[in-house]
Design a protein around this ligand. Structure first.
Ligand code: FAD
Length: 324
């Protein structure tokens, strides 16, 4: 191990970079390690983000990296396979972070900001078109698919809600029940009143013509003409390296996440988490905001530790009869 940073940030998306920005501006030594695969990479633009609406995701992060570096923060392309607490520390928590290139980096505090993986239903063609005409979020790309023929692919009862949100954007919405249970009588009445037809039966794949969705194909071969498919993925925190840290994940109806307190503090002292790894529904603005809060909390925690260290070394100096 060559160097101990005040903080190492694992993951350089909106959450990690905003956390690093707060730390670097507080004159903390901070290193961001980023594998370079932000969740929204397939999308053409970031939407719904005040003052940056429409900016390509890669450009937003490039600007973020520049801002962190402007204050002395380091950002490196690197993947972290494991991180662990240093056991025998007496002056506060400390960590070792392994990199896939064989290096090990030291850190007084960790910010986990590795985001999540979207697990899509096993339907042919969905993954290839993810972030283009297969969409999940009415706020991210709903406006862009307004007035189009939208098929909502159900995988859980939450799909009813999904269909209502997309109906706000297009009058032509069809709900495919696929693997979800049939809607309750109350939901069926809501869908009927809004003019959202139900198509029963498992979906087998998408029909593609000239690089565009033209239909949804059912297992029985029926094709229903559609231009856009909306589907809610199962969202799973990218947290494989967490086991060595002793951190556990939890599950809710949307997926798997790392639990934290409202300021991003995890169950392991010295480790914070921010963004999609802990808040599955966070969009870019919320992820950045959570990262900034966690960065500030880490700085405050380090300030207390620095003060404790100063008191201890003053006491030692006084015991030894040295000037404080
Ligand atoms: C198709 C699509 C479109 C979207 N459009 C929008 C939109 O228009 N507006 C909006 O607000 N939100 C949008 N979102 C949501 C947005 O992607 C998330 O809110 C945002 O990416 C969360 O930021 P994050 O920093 O938590 O994670 P991410 O942006 O996913 O960043 C995590 C980073 O950590 C890295 N990483 C992971 N594991 C490791 C590891 N072990 N070691 C090192 N690095 C690692 C990853 O490679 C990645 O670079 C969209 C999502 C999708 C799927």
């Amino acid at each position: 191990m060559t160097h101990e940073y005040d903080a190492v940030v694992i993951g350089g998306g909106a959450a990690g970079l905003n956390g690093a920005l707060m730390l670097a501006r507080s004159r903390r030594s901070v290193l961001v390690l980023d594998a370079g695969e932000p969740r929204n990479a397939p999308a053409q633009a970031v939407h719904g983000l005040l003052a940056r609406d429409g900016m390509p995701p890669a450009e937003l992060l490039e600007r973020g990296r520049d801002e962190v570096r402007r204050y002395g923060g380091q950002v490196e392309p690197a993947e972290v396979p494991a991180a662990r607490a240093v056991e025998d520390r007496t002056d506060g928590p400390g960590f070792e972070v392994d990199l896939t290139d064989g290096r090990t980096i030291g850190a007084r505090r960790l910010l986990l900001a590795t985001g999540l993986t979207d697990e899509l239903p096993d339907v042919a063609g969905l993954r290839d078109r993810w972030g283009r005409d297969v969409v999940h979020c009415p706020y991210c790309h709903g406006w862009e698919v307004r007035d189009r023929a939208i098929g909502v692919l159900a995988t859980s009862p939450m799909a009813i809600h999904h269909a209502l949100l997309f109906h706000q954007l297009s009058a032509d919405v069809t709900l495919f029940t696929h693997t979800a249970p049939p809607p309750s009588a109350e939901d069926a009445e809501r869908l009927a009143a809004l003019g959202i037809p139900l198509v029963d039966g498992p979906v087998a794949g998408l029909e593609i013509t000239d690089d565009r969705i033209t239909g949804v194909r059912l297992a029985d071969g029926t094709v229903v003409a559609r231009e856009v498919v909306a589907v809610a993925p199962r969202m799973v925190a990218r947290a494989a390296f967490l086991t060595t840290l002793g951190l556990a994940t939890e599950e809710n109806p949307m997926g798997v996440y790392v639990p934290t307190d409202p300021a991003g503090r995890t169950a392991v002292p010295g480790v914070w988490a921010a963004g999609n790894i802990t808040d599955l529904s966070a969009q870019v603005g919320a992820a950045a905001s959570a990262g900034a809060l966690a960065g500030a909390q880490i700085n405050a925690d380090l300030a207390m530790e620095d003060a404790r260290r100063a008191v201890a070394s003053r006491a030692e100096a006084s015991e030894a009869g040295l000037p404080a």
